[in-house]
Design a protein around this ligand. Structure first.
Ligand SMILES: Nc1ncnc2c1ncn2[C@@H]1O[C@H](COP(=O)(O)OP(=O)(O)OP(=O)(O)O)[C@@H](O)[C@H]1O
Length: 583
């Protein structure tokens, strides 16, 4: 019940809808009970008493009851549905908002397929219970109690004898639920694994194709598909056995009712109409009891779904604005790292250890080092994507948690190795960080990123719609869109993660020139693997295993004859070799 309590704020604002829906459900049940009573009255008081004058009234009354019941059913269902739909609308919005603000740490461990199923299947499971499951449970209790009471009113012995088999029915339902519940749970898990596989496959399709692993992927999918099929078949066999068995018990009850009831009628202890009415009433008891398993199942499924939803909602947003966070209009871009140490959650090895440096506004800092040395981590700490375990990061003399997160991030521009392109127009992709930018500004940014020419060659120019993940653009083109995006937000701090690795030599040269232009008055971090990108940096930090191994300008580092010089020699020799081969 805790789950339902935790999610109360989403469904309780519409409690009126729920109450009305339940009110009309009660009316619906009362009117349903009227059917057998009218039948009993028609047989005993009209037919057997030859009181034919009552017949038109009875028929008219029956029509009125039917119409009223139809109206009550409509209102009950409509309000019930509205109640569930509105609740999950709020819930979905909150979940989506939560996903936007959850820290990077959460996404490091989250599986996309799993998150998707929480936002879709689990939310739907919860809605189903709110809209129908809850009402069904209440309907069951009402129908069974009232039907039993009316049967008892007609004849206590008949009610007790014909319902003697009910305990068997209850035991069968209980045993069935014990089997079917885990079976359903397994189906859900199997389905989640199936969708995760599909999602992963579609996302990594280019890798699958480039390595010709289609057959391997199909084999892996077949395994999960077969697992899902087997689990569904197993559940079907449980259902298939359950219904005939339940019907058998139900029919035994009916046979007992007719036999014993017939005897009572012959003995004059029961009226014929009462027997006929009891025949209908007994199904109002058996029917819902057979469905009890299904209702319990809906309940436990929605409870499980609710738990998975609550898990996301209660996930800690540990990187947020603090009480000291203040809005800021402009940054100068002075950055200080003071003995910063950082370990990613779940890792034992430090990604950064005791990093200290000072970057004056407008300076260019080069970061170089082997893969995994900690270059990206430094830039991620500047944007407060993660919080360091020890030490502090200061911008313009203030600790970065004293800035409002959105302001801080608005002043740091990233050009990442793998730029994400949204499935919308080129214009919207460039203006993503500044949707208010004018078309002239967007075009100017594209020109400076050397993207304008290729954009104009596309059929719809800036209005060209890009596919998911920007399919249709080359790596270099995507990167230039990303550069234009960063230029447009005009950040005080710029991070270029191997920004020109995916473009040809000529374009690289042009982009580098454009960057010299935009980097003016901006503190820029260049994460580079090639020394050529760092030659003009004001300061180069050479990282090794999360520590700064060397620092200085290009010429100074060459003189040190250390790691930097080694990298330089390797890259320089490579160049020499290429030159020699060309001669
Ligand atoms: N999200 C993460 N969760 C756990 N460990 C991480 C995460 N990101 C990076 N690491 C680890 O932290 C260390 C530093 O990684 P980082 O990405 O900063 O290196 P890098 O120098 O930028 O490497 P590359 O040149 O390959 O991009 C590595 O050992 C890496 O495995």
């Amino acid at each position: 019940m805790n789950t339902f309590k935790s999610l109360k704020e989403f469904y309780w604002p519409d409690k009126r809808l729920f109450i009305w829906s339940i009110f009309f459900l009660i009316i619906m049940t009362i009117l349903t009970m009227a059917y057998p009573i009218v039948l009993q009255f028609a047989i005993d008081e009209v037919v057997l008493s030859a009181n034919w004058g009552l017949l038109p009234y009875l028929a008219g009354g029956f029509v009125v009851i039917t119409v009223l019941k139809a109206a009550a059913t409509y209102i009950h269902q409509y309000y019930g549905d509205l109640f569930g739909i509105r609740a999950v609308y709020r819930l979905r919005s909150r979940l989506y908002k939560k996903l936007q603000y959850l820290p990077f740490r959460f996404y490091d461990n989250a599986k996309t397929g799993d998150l998707m199923s929480r936002l879709t299947a689990d939310v739907e499971g919860f809605r189903f219970f709110l809209s129908f499951g809850c009402a069904q449970l209440l309907n069951l209790v009402l129908l069974v109690t009232v039907s039993f009471a009316v049967m008892m009113y007609y004849s206590v012995p008949l009610a007790l004898v014909s319902l003697a088999a009910m305990p068997f029915l209850a035991v069968a339902v209980y045993r069935f639920d014990k089997k079917v519940h885990p079976a359903f749970k397994n189906i859900r898990l199997s389905f989640a694994s199936l969708t995760t596989k599909v999602q992963e496959n579609v996302s990594g399709m280019s890798t699958v194709k480039s390595l010709s692993r289609e057959d391997f992927e199909m084999g892996r999918f077949d395994g999960r598909n077969a697992d899902y099929k087997n689990k569904s078949l197993y559940t079907s066999t449980i259902w298939a056995k359950f219904f005939p068995f339940m019907e058998l018990i139900g029919n035994v009850c009916v046979v007992v009712l007719l036999g014993f009831g017939g005897y009572l009628v012959i003995q004059g202890q029961l009226q014929l109409g009462q027997l006929a009415a009891s025949f209908s009433l007994i199904w109002y008891i058996i029917g819902p009891l057979i469905n009890l398993g299904f209702i319990i199942n809906t309940f436990s499924q929605s409870k499980a779904s609710g738990e998975r939803i609550v898990e996301v909602l209660e996930e800690k947003e540990d990187i947020t604005n603090t009480a000291f966070s203040e809005p800021v209009d402009c940054l100068y871009g002075e950055i200080v790292f003071n003995h910063v140490t950082h370990t990613y959650s779940g890792e034992t090895q430090k990604a950064l250890e005791d990093i200290t440096f000072h970057a004056a506004p407008g300076e260019t800092i080069g970061l170089i080092g082997a893969t995994g040395a900690g270059k990206t981590t430094i830039t991620q700490l500047i944007s407060r994507f993660y919080e360091p375990d020890e030490g502090e990061v200061l911008i313009d003399g203030r600790a970065i948690n004293q800035y409002k997160l959105e302001d801080l991030r608005a002043h740091v521009g990233f050009v990442l190795q793998e730029s994400f392109i949204f499935s919308s127009t080129i214009h919207d992709n460039i203006a993503y960080g500044r949707p208010d930018a004018s078309l002239e500004e967007v075009i100017d940014a594209a020109k400076r990123a050397h993207a304008h020419e290729f954009i104009m060659e596309l059929q719809d120019g800036y209005e060209t719609v890009l596919g998911e993940r920007g399919v249709g653009l080359s790596g270099g083109q995507k990167q230039r869109i990303s550069i234009a995006r960063a230029i447009l937000i005009n950040p005080a701090i710029l991070v270029l993660d191997d920004a020109t690795s995916a473009v040809d030599m000529e374009t690289e040269h042009r982009i580098q020139a454009a960057f010299q232009e935009v980097m003016k008055e901006k503190t820029t971090f260049i994460i580079a693997h090639r020394i050529s990108s760092l030659k003009h940096a004001d300061q180069i930090l050479v990282l090794e295993n999360g520590k700064i191994a060397e620092r200085g300008r290009h010429e100074e580092l060459l003189e040190k004859e250390g790691i930097y010089k080694t990298i330089y020699d390797i890259q320089f020799q490579d160049k020499e070799t290429v030159m020699q081969q060309q001669v």
